[in-house]
Design a protein around this ligand. Structure first.
Ligand code: EPU
Length: 348
């Protein structure tokens, strides 16, 4: 076994973008698969629960912290191979992957720019934005199985990738993602599918143009990590966009028109989903339920630029964050009969 530098009582708030929550009883940063396996053995031998930490941009840490071992993944290998293959360790900042791909003229991730966090998290929640998802470029996911502590590779269908979902999210105790191989499209055209993006780029835009336009849109919504932005302490979208039966969505739209929330049905944002289902926009539902952008409850507020992000303004607690999130859920449920599901993971 390599020497593991296991630390005690390590504050987790500084390792997350929300900057909230308590300490980890035990903490270790691992840079390789063998070190990860050693850490998992260490925990098994002590019957100690384990939680995995990536970039901390989609994580809520309870105020009481974590009574176990938090393993931060630092695998930082990043290789670009001829033909569009990228092999990245779980700890590689995701933006480095986007940067290298766009620089080489490889299409497939140009819309996935400005997303804080590490590469290992991308298959877990099937990161997506502006009409692209990592599901479109994942070639292999390298994992360590939690039951056998052996390394394995999963192909895309084994990852069961879906809207902000995967086998990793459905079964958090089954695997630790240690690295991802992506297959991009050298000289491929950029993806300009998202309506808002179409309005902001020229017809023959390059990959770089599209990436710049996405960054600009995200900045306007405070969805890039910029310490100068008053909304910067957040976990991005706090709720998923709810996917409901299409007839329920249509009833909601009719009511929105009848009650004067919109003048025409086309003003209600919604997108076709799997058969017979429609995806609604959670940010729209929150605003129309009466929670305006910028609404505050003490140190926690709704972002002034996007109703779907909850922001910590400093000096707050996770309990306050979760209480405000519950209030928002209740308001949307009462107003529209739709249940919002939390998007960031709660460490427990
Ligand atoms: N909207 C409002 N009010 C708001 C925000 C949005 O009415 O405060 C409306 C917009 O006008 C638009 C619709 O809701 O008609 C959708 O808004 P937007 O394009 O901003 O995207 P989103 O659905 O709120 C999703 C992802 C984002 C991703 C964007 C762009 C989820 C949970 N969120 O947000 O991902 O960047 O689309 O593709 O799917 C994240 O996951 O953390 C994230 C930022």
């Amino acid at each position: 076994m390599n020497t593991l530098d296991i630390q005690r009582n390590v504050p987790l708030a500084p390792l997350t973008t929300l900057e909230l929550g308590g300490a980890a009883k035990h903490f270790v940063r691992v840079q390789s698969e063998p070190a990860l396996i050693d850490a998992l053995h260490w925990a098994t031998a002590r019957d100690c629960p384990v939680a995995i930490l990536g970039g901390g941009s989609n994580l809520i840490v309870p105020d009481e912290g974590y009574d176990g071992l938090v393993v931060q993944l630092g695998m930082s290998d990043l290789t670009f191979r001829d033909g569009g293959l990228i092999q990245a360790g779980a700890g590689v900042p995701w933006e480095d992957v986007v940067d290298g791909a766009v620089f080489r003229g490889w299409a497939g991730v140009e819309c996935l720019t400005g997303i804080p966090g590490s590469t290992g998290a991308t298959p877990i929640q099937n990161v997506g934005a502006y009409g692209q998802e990592v599901a479109g470029v994942i070639d292999r996911v390298r994992v360590v199985r939690r039951d056998t502590l052996e390394a394995e590779e999963l192909n895309p269908s084994e990852c069961e990738l879906d809207y902000r979902n995967s086998v990793f999210k459905r079964h958090p105790d089954r695997f630790v993602v240690t690295g991802v191989d992506f297959a991009l499209r050298p000289d491929g055209p950029p993806s300009i599918r998202y309506a808002e993006l179409q309005d902001n780029v020229a017809a023959h835009a390059s990959l770089g143009d599209v990436r710049r336009a996405v960054l600009e849109l995200r900045k306007r919504k405070s969805m890039v990590l910029d310490r100068g932005d008053a909304n910067h302490r957040s976990a991005g979208s706090f709720f998923l966009n709810p996917v409901v039966p299409t007839n329920q969505a249509e009833t909601l739209v009719e009511r929105a028109v009848d009650e004067g929330l919109v003048t025409t049905a086309s003003e209600v944002p919604r997108y076709p989903a799997q058969e017979g289902r429609t995806k609604l926009a959670a940010g729209w539902l929150i605003e129309k339920a009466g929670i305006a952008k910028g609404t505050r409850r003490g140190a926690i507020g709704v972002s002034t630029n996007h109703a779907l992000a909850l922001v910590h303004h400093g000096g707050g607690t996770t309990a306050e964050l979760l209480a405000f999130a519950e209030e928002i859920r209740a308001r949307v449920r009462d107003r529209f009969g739709v249940d919002l599901e939390r998007e960031p993971r709660l460490l427990q």
